[in-house]
Design a protein around this ligand. Structure first.
Ligand code: FAD
Length: 333
């Protein structure tokens, strides 16, 4: 009887400890880990169980060596195949589903980036588990907080699914440090399915400026700039003087003042830099959904009643065509 009790206690202990284990998807491009993945890893660690990272692609071994050094990562699984380059979701989803089943993971975590939003819904279908998107807080292993209605309401979701699939809003979690760990690295069970899609080519907007998603400072221009020529002439010198990334409202993007990749808001990028300067932007809720968590918000608008001033820490009621060049000169000086 004593042995049975011991066995029971030992099993109970082991299953309690093993009941929570997380598979974290590592988004990478050509050997470089995407910034938002480092934030998602913090969320993965906050869940409390062991974290296993999954790295796939032809440079998987190089990336795995970097990921293994992150403190708090227990193990790294790799799938070294060009089929997973560029995070092609049709190919990736089978791999993630197989790795989840094989490892008996209770949680799968990905950044709420184009990659995560592409891959995880497919995994959700394959595993018949609900995806919980864009989480901003972890209440417990089954309860998560996420914004809905473009950030106008905050929802707390409790999941009863045995496997919880989570995408993580990067701006809500700090990035992990790339040091302090020594995880083991091994091969993932690679289903090596027939690739369902093939990468042909990409045309990237090249910029010397910081990436909008991870920049500490962002200057965004809106319809108030009136045309592309003004946008380029007014916004880029300010960005360069501050070392900031350039963003834009949807009205500015739709009017052709700025590239689509610069759009901030509900249907654009969600940013939370230390400083966000909105120039000639009225502050529609769909725009606020993408920037209202910024640490300091400054707004320049000629209309004192513009809603942007309701969220701004610093507001300047002025004509942007006078105020911004003057500000740029002062920053430079
Ligand atoms: P406007 O609202 O036209 O504001 C221009 C501002 O410039 C005004 O406040 C004006 O006072 C000021 N101004 C004009 N001239 C000057 C001057 N000389 N000096 C100083 N100030 C001046 N919008 C987004 O931004 N991002 C999104 O992701 C997004 N997603 C959307 C999704 C949906 C489903 C919908 C319906 C809308 C979405 N929108 C989004 C659009 C949004 O509702 C607004 O239309 C848009 O944000 C307005 O952009 P804006 O502030 O540049 O333009």
């Amino acid at each position: 009887l004593r042995n049975q009790v011991r066995t029971h206690i030992a099993r109970g202990f082991v299953s309690a400890r093993q009941s929570l284990s997380t598979l974290a998807l590592i988004e990478q491009s050509n050997g470089t880990i995407a910034g938002s993945t480092l934030n998602a890893l913090t969320a993965a660690k906050e869940l409390g169980g062991d974290v296993t990272a999954l790295v796939a692609g032809s440079k998987a071994a190089d990336v795995a060596a970097q990921v293994a050094k992150i403190k708090g990562i227990a193990a790294v699984l790799t799938a070294s195949s060009p089929a997973y380059d560029h995070g092609l979701p049709e190919n990736y989803a089978d791999l993630v589903a197989a790795a989840t089943k094989e490892g008996g993971f209770t949680h799968v975590v990905a950044p709420s980036s184009a990659f995560g939003k592409n891959v995880l819904p497919r995994v959700s279908a394959l595993l018949d588990a609900t995806q919980i998107s864009d989480i901003t807080k972890i209440e417990s292993e089954d309860t998560f907080v996420r914004p809905i209605y473009a950030g106008n309401a905050i929802e707390t979701v409790k999941s009863k699914d045995p496997i919880k699939l989570l995408t993580v809003r990067a701006s809500a979690f700090p990035a992990v440090e790339l040091e302090g760990g020594s995880a083991s690295v091994s091969d993932a069970k690679d289903p090596a399915s027939e690739p369902q899609s093939e990468w042909l080519s990409e045309e990237l907007t090249k910029s010397e400026r910081p990436d909008l998603g991870g920049a500490k400072k962002v200057v965004s221009g809106g319809r108030g700039l009136k045309n592309k020529e003004n946008f380029d002439k007014i916004m880029f010198p300010l960005a360069d003087a501050l070392g900031a990334a350039v963003g834009a409202s949807r009205a500015a993007v739709d009017s052709g003042f700025a590239d689509n990749s610069l759009q901030v808001g509900q249907t654009g990028k969600v940013v939370a830099p230390e400083l966000y300067i909105a120039v000639g932007i009225s502050g529609a809720i769909q725009h606020l959904a993408g920037m209202k968590d910024s640490k300091v918000i400054a707004a320049i608008n000629k209309d004192a009643d513009a809603p942007i001033f309701e969220v701004a820490d610093v507001g300047l009621v002025a004509d942007l065509f006078d105020a911004v060049p003057e500000l740029t000169e002062k920053v430079k000086a």
